[in-house]
Design a protein around this ligand. Sequence first.
Ligand SMILES: C[S@@+](CC[C@H](N)C(=O)[O-])C[C@H]1O[C@@H](n2cnc3c(N)ncnc32)[C@H](O)[C@@H]1O
Length: 214
Amino acid sequence: MSKGHLSSGWAATPVGAVTETVAAYDLGAEEYSQRFASVDFQRYLMTFLNELPARSVVLDAGCGPGRDLARLSNLGRAVVGLDLSSGMISCARRAAPRAQLANGDVRFLPFAGSTFGGVWHCASLVHLSPPDVTRAVTEARRVLLPNGVLFLSVASGEGAEWRPAGNGRRWFHYYRLSQLIRIVEQAGLVVLSAAEEPGIAHGKWINIFSRKSA
Ligand SMILES: C[S@@+](CC[C@H](N)C(=O)[O-])C[C@H]1O[C@@H](n2cnc3c(N)ncnc32)[C@H](O)[C@@H]1O
C-alpha cells in the first residue's frame, strides 16, 4: 500500500482526547465562565436570529457556561443548551435559568429530527477531528427544521495540538475555510455566508451560516 494511501491528511486524534478535554473543562468551568463572560457575539447572534424560522426553538450545541444561551433566552427565544461537561452545564443552569439543559455529545444529539429552528455551534467543534466535525454537522442538520439555520464558529488554521488548561490540557483541531465549507455542503446544508474573520476574543476564526433546505 502506498504512503499516500495511508495518509489521512489530518492530525490523528489521540485516544481519549475528547474525554480529557472535557475533563479539563469540568475542572475549569467557573474560570472559563468568568474569562469569556464579556465576549460579545451580538453581531452573529443578530444575523442568526434574523434567519430563524418564526417561533422556533434554538439549540446551543456545546453551550459551555451559557453566555450565548442566556443572551438568546433573554431575547425571548426558547432555548436548549447541550454540553458534554457537567461542570459547564451547572454554570449554564445558573446563567440561563429558563433554558432546558442536556448533558450530551454534539456527535450524537439526543433529540428527534426536525426539532430546532436554529443550531448555534460557537467554538464547540474546535476539539473535534474532521470526521467528528462531519458527524456533528450531519447531526445538526438532522435536528434542524426545514429552513432551519446552523451557525458554526471554529478557530482558523492547520493541524492539531494539545494546549495546557489549568491542571489539565485540551486537544484543539484547526480548520481552513474551504475545508469547513466542504463539510457543511457535504452534510446537505446550503451555505449562506462563510468568512475567515478576526476572532471576537483572539486569533482568526471561521464563521459560517448555513440553511437546511425546505
Ligand atoms: C471553547 S468551549 C465553547 C463554549 C461556548 N459555546 C462559548 O462560546 O463560550 C467548548 C465547549 O464544547 C464542549 N464540548 C467539547 N466537545 C464536546 C462534545 N463532543 N459534545 C458536547 N460538548 C462538547 C466543552 O465542554 C466546552 O463547553
